[in-house]
Design a protein around this ligand. Structure first.
Ligand code: NAD
Ligand code: MN
Length: 369
Protein backbone atom coordinates (compact mmCIF):
# COMPACT_ATOMS: atom_id res chain seq x y z
CA UNK A 1 0.00 0.00 0.00
CA UNK A 2 3.03 2.31 -0.05
CA UNK A 3 4.01 4.90 2.52
CA UNK A 4 1.46 7.16 4.23
CA UNK A 5 2.60 10.77 4.55
CA UNK A 6 1.48 12.46 7.79
CA UNK A 7 1.86 16.17 8.49
CA UNK A 8 1.85 16.91 12.24
CA UNK A 9 1.03 20.46 13.33
CA UNK A 10 1.21 20.83 17.11
CA UNK A 11 0.03 24.44 17.19
CA UNK A 12 0.07 26.29 20.50
CA UNK A 13 0.20 25.66 24.27
CA UNK A 14 -0.85 22.06 25.02
CA UNK A 15 -1.19 21.37 21.26
CA UNK A 16 2.45 20.24 20.82
CA UNK A 17 2.28 18.27 24.11
CA UNK A 18 -0.70 16.16 23.03
CA UNK A 19 0.52 15.83 19.43
CA UNK A 20 3.85 14.44 20.69
CA UNK A 21 1.84 11.81 22.60
CA UNK A 22 -0.28 11.08 19.52
CA UNK A 23 2.84 10.63 17.37
CA UNK A 24 4.31 8.08 19.80
CA UNK A 25 1.15 6.02 19.45
CA UNK A 26 1.09 6.55 15.67
CA UNK A 27 4.67 5.21 15.31
CA UNK A 28 4.14 2.19 17.54
CA UNK A 29 0.84 1.16 15.95
CA UNK A 30 2.28 1.64 12.45
CA UNK A 31 5.15 -0.72 13.42
CA UNK A 32 2.81 -3.28 14.96
CA UNK A 33 0.50 -3.31 11.94
CA UNK A 34 3.27 -3.16 9.33
CA UNK A 35 2.24 0.25 7.96
CA UNK A 36 4.94 2.56 6.59
CA UNK A 37 4.42 6.17 7.70
CA UNK A 38 6.55 9.22 7.02
CA UNK A 39 5.94 11.98 9.57
CA UNK A 40 6.81 15.62 9.01
CA UNK A 41 6.27 18.28 11.68
CA UNK A 42 5.66 21.99 11.17
CA UNK A 43 4.14 25.10 12.74
CA UNK A 44 0.57 26.38 12.80
CA UNK A 45 -1.22 29.20 14.62
CA UNK A 46 0.62 31.49 17.04
CA UNK A 47 3.76 29.36 16.79
CA UNK A 48 3.82 30.09 13.05
CA UNK A 49 3.00 33.76 13.58
CA UNK A 50 5.99 34.21 15.92
CA UNK A 51 8.41 32.80 13.33
CA UNK A 52 6.86 33.72 9.96
CA UNK A 53 4.39 36.55 10.64
CA UNK A 54 1.48 34.45 9.36
CA UNK A 55 -0.76 31.85 11.05
CA UNK A 56 -0.34 29.34 8.22
CA UNK A 57 2.45 29.60 5.64
CA UNK A 58 1.97 28.73 1.97
CA UNK A 59 4.52 25.96 2.52
CA UNK A 60 2.43 24.36 5.29
CA UNK A 61 -0.72 24.65 3.18
CA UNK A 62 1.08 22.93 0.28
CA UNK A 63 2.40 20.15 2.55
CA UNK A 64 -1.11 19.64 3.93
CA UNK A 65 -2.53 19.29 0.42
CA UNK A 66 0.10 16.66 -0.39
CA UNK A 67 -0.30 14.69 2.87
CA UNK A 68 -2.36 11.54 3.32
CA UNK A 69 -3.41 12.77 6.77
CA UNK A 70 -2.87 15.85 8.93
CA UNK A 71 -2.68 15.66 12.73
CA UNK A 72 -3.38 18.97 14.48
CA UNK A 73 -3.12 19.84 18.19
CA UNK A 74 -4.85 23.17 18.81
CA UNK A 75 -4.14 26.78 18.02
CA UNK A 76 -4.52 30.10 19.78
CA UNK A 77 -3.83 31.81 23.07
CA UNK A 78 -3.97 35.22 24.72
CA UNK A 79 -0.58 36.21 23.21
CA UNK A 80 -2.16 36.33 19.75
CA UNK A 81 -5.71 37.43 20.59
CA UNK A 82 -5.14 41.09 19.77
CA UNK A 83 -3.42 40.67 16.42
CA UNK A 84 -5.67 42.33 13.86
CA UNK A 85 -5.08 41.60 10.20
CA UNK A 86 -7.26 43.04 7.45
CA UNK A 87 -8.49 40.50 4.93
CA UNK A 88 -10.36 37.22 4.70
CA UNK A 89 -10.59 34.73 7.58
CA UNK A 90 -8.02 32.53 5.80
CA UNK A 91 -5.42 35.19 6.66
CA UNK A 92 -6.42 35.54 10.29
CA UNK A 93 -7.04 31.90 11.26
CA UNK A 94 -4.53 29.23 10.26
CA UNK A 95 -6.84 26.31 10.99
CA UNK A 96 -9.67 27.79 8.91
CA UNK A 97 -7.21 28.30 6.04
CA UNK A 98 -6.22 24.63 6.27
CA UNK A 99 -9.85 23.49 6.35
CA UNK A 100 -10.63 25.51 3.23
CA UNK A 101 -7.45 24.44 1.41
CA UNK A 102 -8.25 20.79 2.17
CA UNK A 103 -11.94 21.17 1.26
CA UNK A 104 -12.99 19.13 4.28
CA UNK A 105 -16.75 19.14 4.90
CA UNK A 106 -17.46 15.82 6.66
CA UNK A 107 -16.78 16.37 10.36
CA UNK A 108 -17.04 13.14 12.37
CA UNK A 109 -17.19 13.56 16.14
CA UNK A 110 -17.69 10.38 18.12
CA UNK A 111 -18.53 10.39 21.83
CA UNK A 112 -18.95 7.27 23.91
CA UNK A 113 -19.53 6.40 27.52
CA UNK A 114 -16.32 4.71 28.72
CA UNK A 115 -17.15 2.00 31.30
CA UNK A 116 -14.43 3.23 33.67
CA UNK A 117 -15.66 6.83 33.49
CA UNK A 118 -19.40 6.39 34.05
CA UNK A 119 -19.18 7.86 37.54
CA UNK A 120 -17.35 10.92 36.18
CA UNK A 121 -20.13 12.02 33.82
CA UNK A 122 -22.99 14.26 34.99
CA UNK A 123 -25.39 11.38 34.21
CA UNK A 124 -26.70 8.57 36.37
CA UNK A 125 -24.74 5.49 35.29
CA UNK A 126 -27.77 3.60 33.95
CA UNK A 127 -28.70 6.54 31.71
CA UNK A 128 -25.31 6.86 30.02
CA UNK A 129 -23.99 3.27 30.12
CA UNK A 130 -23.46 1.96 26.59
CA UNK A 131 -24.04 5.34 24.91
CA UNK A 132 -22.10 5.45 21.64
CA UNK A 133 -22.81 8.46 19.44
CA UNK A 134 -21.37 9.85 16.24
CA UNK A 135 -22.12 13.43 15.24
CA UNK A 136 -21.79 13.99 11.47
CA UNK A 137 -21.54 17.75 11.08
CA UNK A 138 -21.60 19.60 7.75
CA UNK A 139 -18.46 21.67 8.15
CA UNK A 140 -18.00 23.75 4.98
CA UNK A 141 -21.27 25.61 4.44
CA UNK A 142 -24.35 27.01 6.12
CA UNK A 143 -24.59 30.10 8.25
CA UNK A 144 -20.85 30.29 9.08
CA UNK A 145 -19.97 30.82 5.40
CA UNK A 146 -23.18 32.12 3.74
CA UNK A 147 -22.93 35.33 1.71
CA UNK A 148 -23.75 38.15 2.12
CA UNK A 149 -22.65 38.75 5.71
CA UNK A 150 -21.54 41.85 7.50
CA UNK A 151 -22.41 44.92 9.52
CA UNK A 152 -23.83 48.26 8.51
CA UNK A 153 -24.89 51.48 10.19
CA UNK A 154 -28.58 52.23 9.62
CA UNK A 155 -30.18 55.62 9.05
CA UNK A 156 -31.35 55.80 12.67
CA UNK A 157 -27.81 55.22 13.97
CA UNK A 158 -28.34 51.61 15.02
CA UNK A 159 -25.98 48.96 13.75
CA UNK A 160 -27.27 45.94 11.87
CA UNK A 161 -25.25 42.69 11.79
CA UNK A 162 -26.29 39.76 9.62
CA UNK A 163 -25.45 36.43 8.03
CA UNK A 164 -27.55 34.00 6.05
CA UNK A 165 -28.18 30.30 6.48
CA UNK A 166 -28.01 28.76 3.03
CA UNK A 167 -27.62 25.27 1.66
CA UNK A 168 -27.65 23.92 -1.88
CA UNK A 169 -29.09 20.52 -2.72
CA UNK A 170 -25.64 19.14 -3.57
CA UNK A 171 -24.17 20.19 -0.24
CA UNK A 172 -26.95 18.43 1.68
CA UNK A 173 -26.78 15.32 -0.53
CA UNK A 174 -23.07 14.83 0.04
CA UNK A 175 -23.18 15.22 3.83
CA UNK A 176 -26.30 13.01 4.02
CA UNK A 177 -24.37 10.24 2.23
CA UNK A 178 -21.56 10.69 4.78
CA UNK A 179 -24.02 10.07 7.61
CA UNK A 180 -25.66 7.05 5.95
CA UNK A 181 -22.28 5.51 5.11
CA UNK A 182 -21.16 6.02 8.72
CA UNK A 183 -24.36 4.38 9.98
CA UNK A 184 -23.68 1.29 7.82
CA UNK A 185 -20.48 0.71 9.78
CA UNK A 186 -22.26 1.22 13.14
CA UNK A 187 -25.79 0.82 14.48
CA UNK A 188 -27.66 1.45 11.22
CA UNK A 189 -29.65 4.47 12.49
CA UNK A 190 -29.46 8.11 11.40
CA UNK A 191 -31.25 10.93 13.20
CA UNK A 192 -31.25 14.12 11.14
CA UNK A 193 -31.63 17.43 12.98
CA UNK A 194 -33.08 20.62 11.55
CA UNK A 195 -35.52 23.47 12.10
CA UNK A 196 -37.63 22.71 9.06
CA UNK A 197 -40.64 24.18 10.86
CA UNK A 198 -39.22 27.70 10.61
CA UNK A 199 -36.21 27.71 8.23
CA UNK A 200 -36.23 27.39 4.44
CA UNK A 201 -32.73 25.88 4.51
CA UNK A 202 -34.11 23.43 7.09
CA UNK A 203 -36.94 22.39 4.73
CA UNK A 204 -34.45 21.75 1.92
CA UNK A 205 -32.25 19.85 4.40
CA UNK A 206 -35.07 17.54 5.52
CA UNK A 207 -36.44 16.85 2.02
CA UNK A 208 -32.98 16.13 0.64
CA UNK A 209 -31.88 13.85 3.49
CA UNK A 210 -35.18 11.95 3.21
CA UNK A 211 -34.76 11.47 -0.55
CA UNK A 212 -31.14 10.24 -0.31
CA UNK A 213 -32.18 7.85 2.46
CA UNK A 214 -35.14 6.49 0.47
CA UNK A 215 -33.33 6.15 -2.87
CA UNK A 216 -29.81 5.11 -1.82
CA UNK A 217 -29.88 3.78 1.76
CA UNK A 218 -33.12 1.84 2.31
CA UNK A 219 -31.18 -0.41 4.73
CA UNK A 220 -30.63 2.50 7.16
CA UNK A 221 -33.33 3.66 9.59
CA UNK A 222 -33.82 7.40 9.29
CA UNK A 223 -35.72 9.71 11.57
CA UNK A 224 -35.97 13.49 11.64
CA UNK A 225 -36.09 15.60 14.78
CA UNK A 226 -36.47 19.31 15.26
CA UNK A 227 -33.23 20.64 16.71
CA UNK A 228 -34.66 22.14 19.90
CA UNK A 229 -36.45 18.96 20.90
CA UNK A 230 -33.37 16.94 19.85
CA UNK A 231 -31.26 18.68 22.51
CA UNK A 232 -33.70 17.46 25.14
CA UNK A 233 -34.13 13.99 23.64
CA UNK A 234 -30.38 13.31 23.30
CA UNK A 235 -29.64 14.69 26.77
CA UNK A 236 -32.45 12.59 28.26
CA UNK A 237 -31.58 9.25 26.67
CA UNK A 238 -28.24 9.27 24.82
CA UNK A 239 -28.32 5.46 24.48
CA UNK A 240 -31.27 5.72 22.07
CA UNK A 241 -29.19 7.45 19.37
CA UNK A 242 -26.53 6.33 16.91
CA UNK A 243 -25.56 8.77 14.13
CA UNK A 244 -26.67 12.40 14.55
CA UNK A 245 -26.61 14.34 11.28
CA UNK A 246 -26.70 18.14 11.42
CA UNK A 247 -25.74 21.29 9.55
CA UNK A 248 -22.74 23.41 10.48
CA UNK A 249 -24.39 25.44 13.26
CA UNK A 250 -26.58 22.72 14.79
CA UNK A 251 -23.72 20.22 14.48
CA UNK A 252 -21.50 22.59 16.44
CA UNK A 253 -24.09 22.72 19.24
CA UNK A 254 -24.93 19.02 19.41
CA UNK A 255 -21.24 17.97 19.39
CA UNK A 256 -20.61 19.86 22.61
CA UNK A 257 -23.74 18.37 24.18
CA UNK A 258 -22.79 14.75 23.39
CA UNK A 259 -19.32 15.36 24.89
CA UNK A 260 -20.80 15.01 28.37
CA UNK A 261 -21.28 11.24 27.90
CA UNK A 262 -17.46 10.92 27.82
CA UNK A 263 -16.83 12.82 31.03
CA UNK A 264 -14.19 15.34 29.87
CA UNK A 265 -13.39 17.55 26.89
CA UNK A 266 -9.89 16.07 26.76
CA UNK A 267 -11.34 12.66 25.78
CA UNK A 268 -12.89 13.71 22.48
CA UNK A 269 -11.36 13.09 19.05
CA UNK A 270 -12.46 14.27 15.63
CA UNK A 271 -11.84 13.64 11.96
CA UNK A 272 -12.80 16.12 9.24
CA UNK A 273 -12.71 14.55 5.80
CA UNK A 274 -13.02 15.73 2.17
CA UNK A 275 -15.27 12.73 1.36
CA UNK A 276 -17.51 10.12 2.95
CA UNK A 277 -15.75 7.44 4.98
CA UNK A 278 -16.70 4.14 3.37
CA UNK A 279 -15.67 0.86 4.92
CA UNK A 280 -12.54 -0.31 3.08
CA UNK A 281 -11.97 2.97 1.21
CA UNK A 282 -9.30 5.17 2.82
CA UNK A 283 -9.78 8.93 2.42
CA UNK A 284 -6.72 11.06 1.61
CA UNK A 285 -6.31 14.54 3.06
CA UNK A 286 -8.31 14.31 6.31
CA UNK A 287 -7.69 16.55 9.30
CA UNK A 288 -7.50 14.75 12.65
CA UNK A 289 -7.59 16.72 15.89
CA UNK A 290 -8.83 16.62 19.45
CA UNK A 291 -12.03 18.62 19.99
CA UNK A 292 -10.54 20.74 22.78
CA UNK A 293 -8.55 23.96 22.40
CA UNK A 294 -5.01 24.92 23.39
CA UNK A 295 -5.73 25.14 27.15
CA UNK A 296 -3.26 27.96 27.96
CA UNK A 297 -4.21 27.62 31.65
CA UNK A 298 -2.45 24.23 31.93
CA UNK A 299 0.21 24.39 29.22
CA UNK A 300 3.83 23.52 30.02
CA UNK A 301 2.91 21.49 33.12
CA UNK A 302 2.77 18.04 31.54
CA UNK A 303 -0.80 17.45 32.75
CA UNK A 304 -2.81 17.71 29.50
CA UNK A 305 -5.03 14.72 28.76
CA UNK A 306 -3.62 13.20 25.54
CA UNK A 307 -6.50 10.75 24.97
CA UNK A 308 -8.54 12.96 22.59
CA UNK A 309 -5.47 13.25 20.35
CA UNK A 310 -4.62 9.53 20.66
CA UNK A 311 -8.20 8.64 19.68
CA UNK A 312 -7.87 11.06 16.74
CA UNK A 313 -4.86 8.98 15.66
CA UNK A 314 -7.14 5.92 15.89
CA UNK A 315 -9.56 7.69 13.51
CA UNK A 316 -6.60 8.36 11.20
CA UNK A 317 -5.83 4.62 11.02
CA UNK A 318 -9.49 3.81 10.37
CA UNK A 319 -10.45 6.50 7.84
CA UNK A 320 -7.10 7.71 6.47
CA UNK A 321 -5.26 4.39 6.18
CA UNK A 322 -8.21 1.96 5.93
CA UNK A 323 -7.14 -0.02 9.02
CA UNK A 324 -10.07 -0.23 11.44
CA UNK A 325 -8.33 -3.06 13.36
CA UNK A 326 -5.57 -0.61 14.35
CA UNK A 327 -8.20 1.88 15.52
CA UNK A 328 -9.88 -0.80 17.65
CA UNK A 329 -6.49 -1.75 19.15
CA UNK A 330 -5.91 1.87 20.23
CA UNK A 331 -9.41 2.19 21.69
CA UNK A 332 -8.96 -1.06 23.63
CA UNK A 333 -5.64 0.17 25.02
CA UNK A 334 -7.35 3.38 26.20
CA UNK A 335 -10.14 1.31 27.73
CA UNK A 336 -7.64 -0.91 29.62
CA UNK A 337 -5.71 2.08 30.96
CA UNK A 338 -8.86 3.75 32.23
CA UNK A 339 -10.12 0.46 33.68
CA UNK A 340 -6.81 0.13 35.56
CA UNK A 341 -7.72 3.38 37.32
CA UNK A 342 -5.35 5.79 35.62
CA UNK A 343 -6.84 9.25 35.07
CA UNK A 344 -5.48 12.65 34.05
CA UNK A 345 -6.45 15.71 36.11
CA UNK A 346 -9.37 16.70 33.86
CA UNK A 347 -10.96 13.37 34.88
CA UNK A 348 -10.25 13.95 38.53
CA UNK A 349 -7.00 11.95 38.60
CA UNK A 350 -3.34 12.83 39.03
CA UNK A 351 -1.69 11.06 36.07
CA UNK A 352 0.16 13.36 33.66
CA UNK A 353 0.48 13.29 29.87
CA UNK A 354 3.58 11.05 29.88
CA UNK A 355 2.17 8.52 32.37
CA UNK A 356 -1.08 8.11 30.44
CA UNK A 357 0.73 7.88 27.10
CA UNK A 358 3.26 5.29 28.35
CA UNK A 359 0.45 3.19 29.81
CA UNK A 360 -1.45 3.28 26.50
CA UNK A 361 1.72 2.28 24.59
CA UNK A 362 2.24 -0.70 26.94
CA UNK A 363 -1.37 -1.83 26.49
CA UNK A 364 -1.35 -1.70 22.70
CA UNK A 365 -1.56 -5.16 21.23
CA UNK A 366 -2.45 -5.96 17.65
CA UNK A 367 -5.89 -7.57 17.49
CA UNK A 368 -5.91 -10.82 15.54
CA UNK A 369 -8.05 -10.45 12.40
P1 NAD B 1 -9.98 24.88 25.79
O1 NAD B 1 -10.59 23.64 25.20
O2 NAD B 1 -8.60 25.18 25.38
O3 NAD B 1 -10.03 24.78 27.37
C1 NAD B 1 -11.23 24.69 28.15
C2 NAD B 1 -10.93 24.06 29.51
O4 NAD B 1 -10.69 22.67 29.33
C3 NAD B 1 -9.66 24.63 30.16
O5 NAD B 1 -9.83 24.69 31.55
C4 NAD B 1 -8.60 23.62 29.81
O6 NAD B 1 -7.55 23.54 30.74
C5 NAD B 1 -9.39 22.31 29.75
N1 NAD B 1 -8.82 21.38 28.78
C6 NAD B 1 -8.97 21.43 27.42
N2 NAD B 1 -8.31 20.43 26.85
C7 NAD B 1 -7.75 19.72 27.85
C8 NAD B 1 -6.92 18.55 27.89
N3 NAD B 1 -6.54 17.90 26.78
N4 NAD B 1 -6.51 18.10 29.10
C9 NAD B 1 -6.88 18.73 30.23
N5 NAD B 1 -7.66 19.82 30.26
C10 NAD B 1 -8.07 20.32 29.09
O7 NAD B 1 -10.95 26.09 25.41
P2 NAD B 1 -10.78 27.66 25.73
O8 NAD B 1 -10.16 27.85 27.06
O9 NAD B 1 -12.10 28.25 25.43
O10 NAD B 1 -9.76 28.20 24.62
C11 NAD B 1 -8.35 28.33 24.82
C12 NAD B 1 -7.68 28.69 23.50
O11 NAD B 1 -7.87 27.59 22.58
C13 NAD B 1 -8.30 29.91 22.82
O12 NAD B 1 -7.25 30.65 22.23
C14 NAD B 1 -9.19 29.32 21.75
O13 NAD B 1 -9.35 30.19 20.65
C15 NAD B 1 -8.42 28.10 21.35
N6 NAD B 1 -9.24 27.03 20.73
C16 NAD B 1 -8.69 26.36 19.70
C17 NAD B 1 -9.37 25.31 19.10
C18 NAD B 1 -8.72 24.58 17.97
O14 NAD B 1 -7.54 24.81 17.69
N7 NAD B 1 -9.41 23.67 17.31
C19 NAD B 1 -10.62 24.91 19.59
C20 NAD B 1 -11.15 25.60 20.69
C21 NAD B 1 -10.45 26.66 21.26
MN1 MN C 1 -17.75 24.54 18.61
Amino acid sequence: SGTFKVLALGGDHIGPEVVAAGLQVLRQVADQFGVAVEIEEDLLGGASWDVHGTFCTDAVAAKARAADAILVGAVGGPEWDNIRIAGPITETDGLTRLRIELDVYNALRPARAWPALLHRTPYRQEVVEGADLLVVRENAGGIYYGEPRGREVLGDGQERAFEISEYRTGEVERIARCAFEAARGRGGHVTSLDKSNVMESGKLWRETVARIGREEYPDIQLRHLLMDYALFAVARAPQEFDVLLADNLFGDLISDLVAVVSGALGMLPSATLPAAARVGHPVKGGLYEPTHGSAPDISGQGVANPIGTILSVAMMFEYGFGLPAAARAIEQAVDRVLAAGLAPPDLGGTDGTATITQAILRNLHPIPA
